[in-house]
Design a protein around this ligand. Sequence first.
Ligand code: SAM
Ligand code: SF4
Length: 431
Amino acid sequence: MNVADSQAMAQALAPDYVLTSRAEDADLFLINTCAIRRKSEEKVKSLLGSLRGLKKTRPRLLIGVGGCVAQQERERLLAAAPHLDLVFGPRSLRRLPELVARAQRGERPVDVELIPGLPEAPCIHQPGRAQALVTIMQGCDNFCAFCVVPYVRGREESREPGAILREVAAFLAGGGLEVTLLGQNVNSYGRGLAEPITFPQLLRRVAALPGLTRLRFATSHPRDLSPELIALFGEMPALCQHLHLPVQSGANRILAAMNRGYTREQYLDRVAALRSACPDIALTTDLIVGFPGETEADFQETLSLMGEAAFDAAFSFKYSPRPQTRAASLPDQVPEAVKAARLARLQALQAELTLRSNARLVGQVSEVLVEGASRRSPRELSGRLRTNQVVNFPGPPELVGRLATVALTEAHPHSLKGRWLEAHSTWPLVA
Ligand code: SAM
Ligand code: SF4
């Protein structure tokens, strides 16, 4: 979602400002921020500090902080950083040109209004791009006890289906292949819209657009995952066989304290239903260790759920107390050393599960959407399977942004290695 917001910022400021990868060339620095955990908040402050020197040598340079830390810290950021020129929250993106203009005039604007209404975005996707992130809703009304999102992104609001369909259709007309629909809880899409529509209905309408090869979405709240949506994984050819379904904990006591609205058993029932609708589906999750009051026995429940669900990958975090949230004031905060030890044990287990899941794919021939050069070796390309695993393989740079047929040859902890089967390729090499 932050990547999508950064793209929207660049779009809002074009053509007056264009993106540059060289800091020395920049006339405007915008730091997009995340307030989910304290660590990301600290990174923002240290990055801001490191820009102080640059501003001294180039006084006309403008520096802004946007996103959720900006929403939360507001004027405190301006007071702490005299070289900061503007502060704007995640719902102020459409007012960015006006805010930058005010900063150019020497004002130090702060815009953190959580004004309702999603604008009809112009198509923000550049021609030739294969992948698009499409925001379908903003905000969140779930108030999980640990989470700051409802406070910094405001109330949940769905975007009109017509606007979403127009955006996706324009992207596909420009040669796009893969669309990821974004929201904090896409399963509640449609609530409050004039035209009644559910998320599965939206998926059907998007999947019917000509040219769509891969459809993904994030994030899905387990409580609201309907049988209708589960069934789509077995029925809709464009829908990728991957679901990110954050469980957070395997202990019912902790799930209740987190206000998640489902039990361990209900979660595992949904996993079983997903695997029965689509046996090849890859399941990934988010896990938090050290939520207040979490005992060793609770933590063991999380480890056992991970084994039962056999997650293909997981994002895992030490619980981080966040301002305004209910959990921050709970008694029995878990000591940092205990959180760190639990996180290490959990990550060791997930590494085994991921390696096992990657190893099962070795020997298969699969479709990879090539995203760019591999991070490890610039001579290799990197892309994703429909099931979302990363595959690295040697191949020509012309493959970037295209589908390639690849034989999977080796499993690694975070990726697979493959061999490009040139003769079997499913795409035209020359556009
Ligand atoms: N809306 C998504 C959902 O409900 O599944 C999650 C969005 S949240 C931005 C992404 C992940 O950050 C969460 O699933 C949770 O695991 C983690 N997270 C959120 N608040 C946290 C906190 N206070 N400490 C540690 N991790 C946190
Ligand atoms: Fe945060 Fe819960 Fe909303 Fe996800 S559903 S954004 S974890 S409050």
